[in-house]
Write a protein that binds this ligand. Structure first.
Ligand SMILES: [Fe+2]
Length: 323
């Protein structure tokens, strides 16, 4: 792969200071106070940097839950904190990511493969969240970094015959508890209460940039529709390994107050397990924005196999009251 094969994001901004962290993904934005109202021109440049750089970082912000949700609202409609695992009591849009959260109780399990735990948020839904905005509150002195990979760069780095082959395929994404049974009963219950399964094109077209994206989310993508089981497994293992090559990734070391905002339509991410082998505490909070079904290169769209779309927090709460 050479740089000429990959379209690089532009870095001309007038109202924000932007420092790219790698050639293809990740940029730090400085000179912006996210707790204050943002002028439209600043908001627009943040929106454009978000699509171009796929994950953007703001250091040392002073956000509480309300300000976090208000910032998120500038870019879309917040979802319920987590469609499967719930939300903070007073703030339905906020999902707590604590070191000892329920979903993390299985984290002691050994990594089966290099791509284990890489995922794009909730791709088992027909409309996975379009963006995730994560804020760090309690951060360990070391360990607990987060990594992102650029799935558009991963697509572009495939050979022409492989691109043509995968563009015609659809992946089946499923939210399910791991088969090893190490998880706690309430973790499995939460997943079974809201079963989510969706078919997405294996190559999607980004609705804003038009980039083609290798839409793989290793933790959710279980099989390729129409292939024989062995064909599906072999192809998926190749694509997963390819999509998390270090060439396409950025690694972020958190400090208290940092905010990361990523495009869930063109990236996958990973929280390494290292802090679970330490006594360090960690507390992050996440807000996600309502997304749309994905579109393939020929215009076909995602289909739900099980489960309802993820709606806005307001709509989900209204529906919950009715039933
Ligand atoms: Fe995630």
């Amino acid at each position: 792969m050479t740089a000429s094969q990959i379209s690089l994001p532009q870095s001309d901004y007038e109202h924000i200071e932007l420092s790219p962290l790698t050639l293809h993904i990740g940029a730090e934005i400085s000179g912006v106070d996210l707790s204050a109202p943002l002028p439209p021109e600043v908001r627009d440049e943040i929106a454009s940097a978000f699509v171009a750089w796929k994950v953007i970082f703001f250091r040392g912000q002073a956000l509480d839950h309300a300000a976090h949700v208000a910032f998120a609202r500038l870019f879309g409609e917040p979802t319920i904190g987590h469609a499967v695992f719930g939300h903070e009591d007073e703030f339905p849009e906020v999902y707590s990511i604590a070191k000892h959260r329920t979903a993390n109780s299985i984290r002691g399990a050994s990594m089966a493969r290099a791509w284990t735990d890489w995922h794009t948020d909730i791709t088992a839904a027909i409309n996975p969240p379009m963006a995730s905005i994560l804020r760090g509150v309690t951060i360990p002195p070391y360990g607990g970094d987060t990594l992102w990979t650029n799935l558009a760069a991963a697509y572009q780095a495939l050979s022409a015959p492989m691109k043509a082959f995968v563009e015609a395929l659809n992946g089946i994404h499923r939210f399910e508890a791991p088969a090893n049974g190490a998880e706690k009963a309430n973790y499995r219950d939460s997943i079974e209460k809201r079963r989510l399964e969706a078919l997405h094109p294996l190559v999607t077209v980004h609705p804003v940039s038009g980039e083609k994206v290798l839409y793989v989310s290793p933790a959710f993508l279980q099989e390729i529709d129409g292939l024989a089981p062995r064909e599906s497994q072999a192809l998926l293992e190749f694509l997963w390994e390819h999509s998390v090559r270090q060439d396409f990734t950025v690694r972020f070391k958190w400090q208290p107050g940092d905010v990361a905002m990523w495009d869930n339509r063109s990236t996958a991410h990973l929280a390494p397990n290292d802090i679970f082998q330490s006594d360090f505490d960690r507390q992050l909070y996440r807000v996600t924005l309502v997304g749309a079904p994905q579109e393939g290169t020929d215009g076909r769209t995602s289909q739900a196999i099980a489960g309802a779309p993820i709606l806005s927090a307001k709509e989900e709460l209204a529906t919950a009251k009715v039933h």
